[in-house]
Ligand binder design. Structure first.
Ligand code: ADP
Ligand code: MG
Length: 240
């Protein structure tokens, strides 16, 4: 579903991604961990053209994102992103947040987008908030709306960049529960998170990034029981 081949990315003289090779299979749940600044966000952003690599190739659902004619709209329809900061449109209602992209980018009729939007709001437990504004919701509720909004594009891949890092502790579980439900439905997921409980429950594979490289990968058990590298052990000892 996603293939990165020898991906390099620099910001000025800061070489952030170094020869990243990664394949994510259809339906796979990949969790990405690693210290701050190791390139996790940059890598996941390369998967939906929020960043372009300087070299190497990124293919998502058969589309070469590094090709000159790659269509941003097409790519963002197949891979939807949920961010640490929920990025809801503050002046739109919850339901309007869900209908905007499908109507503008995919030409879906407003009524149809609203109908599927209500179904996704129901799934994240927020149907009754359809007419509320984001500022009237808690952080956990806003993030659940952001997930419903992403789902309303009917993506093939869900990309999550530290979706619970900005939340108060008591709200983390309600968001992770929605993500676990989603994972159980078989969608391909790439999740940057340090929630190792989540990783243990859903990840098929965990990758540990350090200084722009994939240092180590394996099952969640591998990371808990016997990681290979000292850097990995040190990192895990700090977050667990
Ligand atoms: P992580 O998500 O693992 O914390 P990032 O991918 O956000 O790491 O950042 C990796 C490095 O790239 C950091 O040194 C960061 O400062 C730098 N960086 C990320 N995005 C940009 C940008 N848009 N412009 C300049 N530097 C950036
Ligand atoms: Mg990041």
């Amino acid at each position: 579903m996603i293939t990165l081949t020898k991906v390099n990315k620099s910001f000025g003289s800061n070489h952030v991604l170094k020869d990243i090779d990664l394949t994510v299979k259809i339906g796979e749940k990949l969790v990405v961990i690693g210290p701050s600044g190791s390139g996790k966000s940059t890598m996941i952003r390369c998967m939906n053209l929020l960043e372009r690599p300087n070299s190497g190739s990124v293919t998502v659902d058969g589309v070469d994102l590094t090709a000159a004619n790659a269509s941003v709209n097409q790519v963002r329809q197949s891979a939807a992103m949920v961010f640490q900061q929920f990025n809801l449109y503050p002046h739109k209602t919850v339901l309007e947040n869900l209908t905007l992209a499908p109507t503008l980018l995919k030409g879906v009729k407003k009524e149809a987008a609203a109908a599927t939007g209500m179904a996704f709001l129901d799934r994240v437990g927020l149907k009754e908030k359809a007419d509320a504004y984001p500022s009237q919701l808690s952080g956990g509720q806003q993030q659940r709306v952001a997930i419903a909004r992403a789902l309303n594009m009917h993506p093939k891949i869900m990309l999550f960049d530290e979706p619970t890092s900005a939340l108060d502790p008591e709200m983390i579980k309600e968001v992770l529960d929605v993500m676990v439900d989603l994972a159980n439905e078989g969608i391909t997921m790439v999740v940057v998170t340090h929630e190792m409980g989540f990783a243990r429950r859903v990840a098929d594979r965990v990758i540990f990034m350090d200084e722009g490289r994939i240092m180590e990968q394996g099952t969640p058990e591998h990371f808990f029981v016997n990681p290979d590298h000292d850097r990995t052990k040190l990192f895990l000892s700090r977050i667990l």
